[in-house]
Design a binder for this molecule. Structure first.
Ligand SMILES: *Cc1c(COP(=O)(O)O)cnc(C)c1O
Length: 388
């Protein structure tokens, strides 16, 4: 029997009949676009994310694009982000016409290095070609970036802060979620993310009512908002008024119905993931570099990523034993050919470049059984010439 990298089937069996009924309920209701499940989920998501407002959208990439549009980022603006992340983080600034400036990461957490961020902003200011506008911090592999230090930098320079929590939604630092420091949090419900649906989906969370209203407009073709209409009269129906250029990026009703069921068990699943992470750390910390979570941080463990000198040898060995692994990320964004023309912070990104050579992720999901995990641990130990 082969071991799955992420076992969505185990979760589906656990959620059982109510999940299937929820999908069937949407099918039978006929309310396919922005059905009542979308607003219900947005409300529950906001409560879970301790945000005043949450808005569903089509995917996590659109969530970033919508956030940047709402913050007014466009041509001539610099948006600072890590390169050691999924492509969408660097893609979104370009899609709105802005320029991504890639910043290095900290060697222990793989998240944005606040000192290099500050240096990158100073360098862009000194050149005077681009206007620093916003920072996208990523909660890579599920753990929060160093928000107190990052927010100090963004406040010093008057920049907006977005937390790309596609992998980290539900994580916390010093008891607070990233939105405590960020203007907008974005997330993705891609099936493999900690809170995933059965297709594509995403969301944008904010405490700022005006930003939320703007995001709501932008995700439906720039529809007129209450503020747009206030104090004005129109001869025709306002439903088809378009006040700005937006997107079609709604959260699908069937996916909202799925997410309402999944949200019920999410808190517990985060604890189950923590137990799996603890068991890996106990079994592996003397043979590979096991993950370090920022002081005061709680990770949702989107990935369990270790570092090994012979990363590729370890991957091949595990594959031969029926254990799948993955490398996130073998090619950092700034090393991809199409992104190579965009600037990096001063001195390039040596930590990012080095980590791309050593990281490897092991199977991680809330339903990883102890005996299966012990087999995985045994195979990693055997590769390093150690007994179980
Ligand atoms: C998955 C992911 C995204 C994009 O989400 P999609 O729903 O796939 O568009 C953005 N940022 C990070 C860090 C991600 O892991």
């Amino acid at each position: 029997m082969s071991i799955p990298f992420i076992d969505l089937g185990a979760q589906r069996r656990r959620l059982g009949e109510p999940l299937e009924q929820a999908i069937l309920g949407v099918v039978r209701s006929g309310a396919y676009v922005l059905g009542p499940q979308v607003a219900e989920f947005e409300q529950k998501l906001a409560a879970f994310g301790r945000a005043r407002h949450a808005l569903g959208c089509a995917n996590g990439t659109d969530a970033l694009v919508l956030a940047l549009m709402a913050l007014g980022a466009g041509p001539g603006d610099a948006v600072f982000c890590p390169s050691f992340t999924f492509a969408a983080t660097g893609e979104a600034p370009i899609l709105v016409g802005a320029t991504p400036v890639f910043v290095d990461i900290l060697p222990d957490t793989y998240n944005l290095d606040p000192a290099h961020l500050d240096a990158a902003i100073e360098a862009v200011k000194a050149r005077g070609e681009l206007t620093p506008k916003a920072v996208i911090a990523v909660d890579l592999f599920g753990q929060p970036a160093d928000y107190p230090a990052i927010a100090e930098v963004t406040q010093k320079h008057g920049l907006k802060l977005i937390s790309d929590s596609a992998q980290g939604f539900g994580c916390s630092l010093l008891g607070e979620q990233p939105l405590h420091w960020a203007d907008i949090t974005t997330t993705s419900f891609f099936p493999a993310k900690p809170l995933g649906c059965y297709g594509d989906g995403g969301a944008v969370l904010t405490d700022d009512a005006a930003l939320h209203e703007l995001l709501d407009s932008l995700h439906v073709h720039g529809k007129a908002t209450a503020s747009d209409l206030a104090g004005r009269t129109f001869a025709h129906e306002t439903k088809y008024l378009n006040m700005r250029v937006g997107l079609n990026s709604r959260l699908d009703t069937i996916q909202a119905a799925v997410l309402l069921e999944k949200l019920k068990v999410f808190e517990e699943e985060i604890m189950l993931r923590q137990a799996v992470a603890d068991r890996y750390a106990d079994g592996l910390s003397d043979v590979v570099a096991t993950p370090k979570v920022i002081h005061g941080g709680v990770s949702v463990w989107a990935q369990y990523t270790v570092e090994a000198k012979d990363r590729d040898g370890l991957g091949a060995h595990l594959k031969a034993q029926g254990v799948p692994t993955a490398v996130y990320y073998p090619i950092p964004i700034h090393r991809q050919e199409i992104y190579s023309g965009y600037p990096t912070g001063p001195g390039g990104l040596p930590v990012t470049d080095a980590k791309a050579q050593t990281v490897i992720s092991l199977p991680m999901h809330p339903y990883l059984e102890k005996d299966v995990q012990d087999q995985i641990i045994g195979h990693v130990r055997a590769f390093h010439g150690r007994n179980a």
